[in-house]
Design a protein around this ligand. Sequence first.
Ligand code: HEC
Length: 267
Amino acid sequence: MRSRAVVLCVAAVVLGICASAGGYAQTTMDEIMRYREMLKEANPAELLELEGEELWATPAGPNNATLEACDLGLGPGVLKGAYARLPRYFPDTDKVQDAESRIVTCMMQLQGFTRKDAIRGWHKPGSKNEALVTFVATQSRGDVIDVPATHPREAEMHRVGQELFYRRSGPLDFACSTCHGLDDRRIRLQELPNLSTKEGAQTSMSQWPAYRVSQGVVWTMQRRLIDCIRQMRWPEPEFLSDTVVALQVYMQNNASGVVLEAPGIKR
Ligand code: HEC
């Protein structure tokens, strides 16, 4: 056990990971917390939320239609509480979908966009996809995250997500759990939540999408996970891929029961 921990630690140093038992640069952490509290008063993510709201209600695409009739799982046009219950199974696409992928489905079904056009430029900071997700998520602010994963297809995605979370692979032999499966871990000054526990998953998942102070932009969960996977040197998943949705089913299920506070603020 001990030698394995040492090997992991050596591997971790490559990426600048520092496992710590607390007491590390406490004053800096306090300052970051204080800054976060200040930003909460006026989260810059609100600008993107407004942009998303406008995109939602403005006719667009070959059908010149709005997204107002989009069904995010609670019926056409129902936004309140919908994000807090995603990902979930949708019979019309026969897929388990998260907010990002469901909104793209609506852009295709209602507005007539091709998939390619619906996701064009998604990776650019402040993209339309991220604006729409930020708007949709904010409509569930104050609702409880509730992803029981009871439908057989959701249960299957949950199993896949859990398996992926703990599966070590890639050139660095990392799993998500290498960085997010233990308490009190940090990379440089960033605290790494223990996403395998209910408490850790709740603290984290209640805050997404989030404004990232270090980047000056909002990140959605798709971008967050694609970036973690890139850092692990695993093959980079495609935007909206089942891999990313499955990981979200696992984490949202762990986080179920907490009040959503989106949009959050992250380093
Ligand atoms: C090499 C270490 C490493 C690995 C492996 C890793 N991540 Fe991360 N993860 C990070 C870092 C660094 C952050 C950003 C922390 C910050 O900015 O404060 C992060 C942030 C996150 C967050 C947001 C946490 C929050 O603050 O709310 C989630 C969710 C997440 N990772 C999920 C995953 C998943 C799922 C995997 C596996 C596919 C994974 N990560 C693999 C390092 C890692």
